[in-house]
Design a protein around this ligand. Structure first.
Ligand code: ATP
Length: 359
């Protein structure tokens, strides 16, 4: 991954807090940094940006920003940083705010055109507005567009939605998804919110007390029985699926994923062929040793037991299953695991009570 991805190894002390991380991250897509307050997420971004002094290594797609023998200062690191409440120049229109950074980049080095940034962030109707006439969500969209127009090689975002209300968050999400899917540069995204991470992240770095406790593709990390997310109640998997068929009579859509399909309720606006992220919670999957015909559950899938973690909490066990290559989790009482007498490698039927598109 070194030449195409990001290598980031840092050790530093801030007051009594120590950060010690060693990361190999993908060179594209959105990586979420996730963990409790005070675990060191912002400190890690600051090390990457060169704002926090640290011993270590930082390489972005083969370009060395820091090594054991030296470190480039902040202004020589081609990155952009979007904060919780990024301030725009209040006396400049949206257009002039955007032009501010863009003009400073020589034409030959521009990676993103002005029109592209406007389109990706949906800003064309706001271009002549003054910042004070923008909503919080619109201001953040302008801030992200302004960051992109500096043609960074890495985009750092530190809780960019946390100052927004729920409806503004919902409004800005599709823009962030579009960036994740269209941008050639990697994005590092700090968040507390599992909903944001589930919807946006391709890759996840889970931190605790200045250390990395888990990292990898989102789907793999979410499907771990030991739940580094600490989300026993909300544990579950995220699937990338494609809507393939609509059953108008029952208001259901079929979502195909590698290894099977699930029927779910989908908004009329979603088109057949559209990619969606689907969440299936561990508490919504029960298991049977044979296919049950006389029951109400519509989604029944064959799967193989992959791993059983007994007593993840008193009386509760977590079972990891594979439907084709796709992992699922099922949370069962330990008594149910005992009476079914299941073991890794065994074929079973998953009964999926509820499936939802991540929103
Ligand atoms: N300038 C500083 N002096 C002393 N301690 C600091 C300083 N900056 C941060 N810290 C401490 O370092 C630790 C990590 O802080 P950091 O802001 O990186 O955490 P975080 O995971 O981003 O938290 P949050 O999610 O609340 O933003 C915290 O315990 C914090 O109190």
């Amino acid at each position: 991954m070194a030449a195409t991805g990001i290598k980031a190894r840092f050790a530093c002390k801030v007051g009594t807090f120590s950060l010690d991380v060693d990361l190999d991250l993908p060179g594209s897509g959105l990586t979420a940094l996730f963990g409790h307050s005070g675990c060191g997420k912002t400190t890690l971004l600051r090390c990457m940006a060169g704002l926090q002094q640290a011993r270590g290594i930082m390489r972005v797609k083969g370009d060395e920003w820091q090594s054991e023998s030296g470190s480039r200062p902040v202004h020589q690191r081609p990155l952009a940083y979007v904060f919780q409440e990024t301030s725009l120049f209040p006396h400049l229109s949206v257009k002039r705010n955007l032009m501010y950074g863009y003009r400073r980049i020589p034409q030959s080095e521009r990676q993103i055109t002005f029109d592209q940034a406007i389109e990706w962030l949906g800003l064309s109707h706001l271009i002549n507005r003054m910042p004070e006439k923008l909503s919080g969500g619109e201001r953040q969209r302008v801030a992200i567009a302004r960051a992109l127009l500096t043609s960074p090689k890495l985009l750092l975002m530190d809780e960019p939605l946390s100052a927004l209300d729920q409806s503004s968050k919902r409004e800005i999400m599709p823009y962030l998804e579009a960036l994740r899917d269209n941008l050639a540069i990697p994005m590092l995204y700090v968040s507390h919110s599992t909903a944001e991470v589930a919807r946006l992240a391709d890759h996840i770095v889970m931190m605790d007390k200045g250390q990395v406790i888990a990292q990898g593709p989102l789907q793999q990390i979410m499907a771990r029985t030991d739940q580094p997310f600490g989300l026993e109640d909300d544990a579950g998997v995220i699937l990338d699926a494609t809507l393939s068929e609509r059953d108008k009579r029952w208001h259901l859509c079929r979502a195909d994923f590698a290894g099977g399909h699930l029927w779910l309720r989908a908004d009329e606006n979603l088109a057949i062929g559209q990619r969606v992220r689907v969440q299936v919670l561990a508490k919504d999957i029960s298991l049977a040793l044979s296919e049950q015909a006389d029951q109400s559950i519509q989604n029944t899938l064959p799967a193989t037991i992959n791993e059983i973690a007994l007593e993840v909490s008193p009386g509760t066990s977590m079972v990891r299953l594979l439907a084709g290559p796709t992992p699922f989790l099922s949370r069962l009482t330990s008594r149910a695991v005992h009476s079914l007498d299941i073991a890794p490698g065994q074929q079973v039927w998953m009964q999926v009570k509820s499936v939802a598109i991540v929103d």
